[in-house]
Design a protein around this ligand. Structure first.
Ligand SMILES: Cc1cc2nc3c(=O)[nH]c(=O)nc-3n(C[C@H](O)[C@H](O)[C@H](O)COP(=O)(O)OP(=O)(O)OC[C@H]3O[C@@H](n4cnc5c(N)ncnc54)[C@H](O)[C@@H]3O)c2cc1C
Length: 431
């Protein structure tokens, strides 16, 4: 079973240890019936459940782990707004809906902030911005292009930073310049997921954890979700399993690549070091193709991540490249104890754009955030819930809909990811 084999068992995250939001899920212990059953208690499934419950729908949530067991509880917590593409690029790719998509994406962080406030979620949310530093002149060109695109697109709260300003924002001389988006933020992701589950439960959603769906079948106008503990029967099913979808829904899994991203966390640092790193508390992720990302926790730990092994870490040595990248940027962290190492799967689509898909009537899925699912998973989940409750057609949604672009044959995926990662890391050294 996928839970038993996952790297999180050997490498528990800092977030699991420090969440002040409790787990409200209970294992399923008998058959259950609902109007809508959602598989997956990450941001997508949880937010979908909240918006359905607010529309007075009868909802069951089920997860093989529990709230935040997947990517949602393991990420670095960076709340980055928007799609990766600007307004013009979205319109060129998606036609008439491009404009509405851009506006929807630009609001995704606000949707998250509003949920945290409305339900009093204790997840250390800091609206301290996101710095995108340029690792070299080629990276700076990309950063400048992105800045100009955003200005043209009418996005406010973004400033270009010169070398000195970037060094001051990061507390590191390693970058040639960058930008800051002040509308972004950072949070404790596992606590956010658990808080969402608490909110869903308070609205009447039944939240089942430690209950894996082994298969789904359709009989007439009802879906049956089979689990070792009983059968869940529902009219509508939402699959919110992202990178862990596997055989549950090949129409999703076959169009996603997955690889692990890995994170380390230092011990709480003494103030004389901590105060020099990210002094104003933004999160950061840089312009590399294989990007480095990091932030500082309220108790002065540095949480630092980058791409890891395709199949996940198996020993501490698998994190040495993460630790080296961190001390290259912050030499003052040489010798700081690493207290936590962990990893999780990222679900990538070929165009790095997420999708909402309706493979058949009364079956929905949202997935493929390609490393940017904290704000976007929240927004997609809410949107999907609203659409199901209102009976809206998928074609009216202001997001990419339908199957993600085709991928090369599955047998080539693993080798392709390994080769591309090596090649991109080489390119990142020179350009
Ligand atoms: C290490 C790491 C760092 C990241 N950093 C960031 C970041 O800083 N900012 C950002 O925006 N994004 C980041 N991401 C991406 C982000 O975390 C994901 O895009 C997002 O959490 C996906 O949410 P989700 O709800 O769609 O899926 P998930 O949170 O992955 O949830 C899927 C759930 O489905 C459940 N499931 C799967 N199969 C079954 C089954 N058969 N039966 C029952 N349950 C099942 C799993 O147990 C899991 O809990 C990161 C991801 C990782 C792994």
């Amino acid at each position: 079973m996928y839970i038993d084999k996952d790297c999180i068992n050997r490498f528990p995250s800092l977030w699991m240890e420090t969440s002040t939001e409790a787990d409200v899920s209970v294992p399923l212990d008998s058959d259950a019936t609902a109007e809508i059953a959602i598989i997956g208690e990450g941001f997508t499934g949880l937010c979908c459940a909240i918006s359905l419950a607010e529309a007075r729908r009868d909802v069951v949530l089920v997860d093989g782990g529990g709230p935040g067991w997947g990517g949602s509880g393991r990420n670095s917590g960076a709340v980055i707004r928007g799609f990766k593409m600007g307004r013009t690029a979205l319109s060129a790719k998606f036609g008439d809906t491009g404009d509405a998509m851009f506006e929807f994406g630009a609001r995704n962080a606000d949707m998250l902030y509003s949920l945290v406030e409305r339900f009093g979620i204790d997840c250390q949310l800091r609206k301290t911005g996101w710095v995108l530093p340029a690792h070299n002149n080629a990276g700076m060109k990309i950063v400048q292009e992105r800045y100009s695109t955003w200005l043209k697109d009418g996005i406010s709260g973004v400033d270009l930073l010169d070398r000195q300003q970037t060094a001051e924002a990061l507390g590191s001389e390693a970058y040639v310049g960058g930008l800051i988006d002040r509308a972004c933020g950072v949070l404790q992701p596992f606590a956010y997921a658990r808080g969402l589950a608490r909110a869903a439960k308070s609205l009447g959603v039944r939240v089942y954890g430690k209950t894996r769906v082994t298969s789904k079948t359709r009989m007439g106008d009802r879906w049956h979700l089979h689990t070792p503990a009983g059968r869940i029967t529902a009219k509508t099913v939402v699959i919110a399993t992202d990178a862990w979808t596997g055989g549950l829904e090949p129409r999703v899994a076959d169009r996603m690549l997955s690889t692990h991203s890995q994170i380390v966390a230092t011990e709480p640092l003494p103030a004389r070091i901590a105060d020099t790193i990210l002094p104003n508390g933004p999160c950061a992720s840089d312009s590399r193709r294989i990007l480095l990302y990091w932030n500082k926790t309220p108790d002065n730990r540095i949480v630092f991540g980058t791409r890891g092994k395709v199949d996940g870490p198996t020993s501490d040595i698998d994190f040495s490249h993460v630790e080296k990248a961190m001390t290259d940027i912050y030499p003052a962290l040489q010798g700081a104890a690493i207290t936590h190492r962990w990893g999780g799967k990222i679900g990538l689509t070929r165009d790095f754009m997420p999708r909402i898909l309706q493979p058949e009537p009364d079956l929905w899925t949202a997935h493929g955030y390609s490393g940017r699912g904290v704000a976007m998973g929240t927004a997609f989940g809410l949107l999907l819930g609203e659409a199901i409750a209102a009976g809206n057609s998928i074609d009216t949604l202001p997001v990419p809909v339908g199957p993600a672009p085709d991928l090369p044959p599955k047998i080539t995926h693993r080798a392709g990811i390994v080769a591309t990662t090596i090649w991109y890391r080489l390119l990142d050294r020179w350009m």
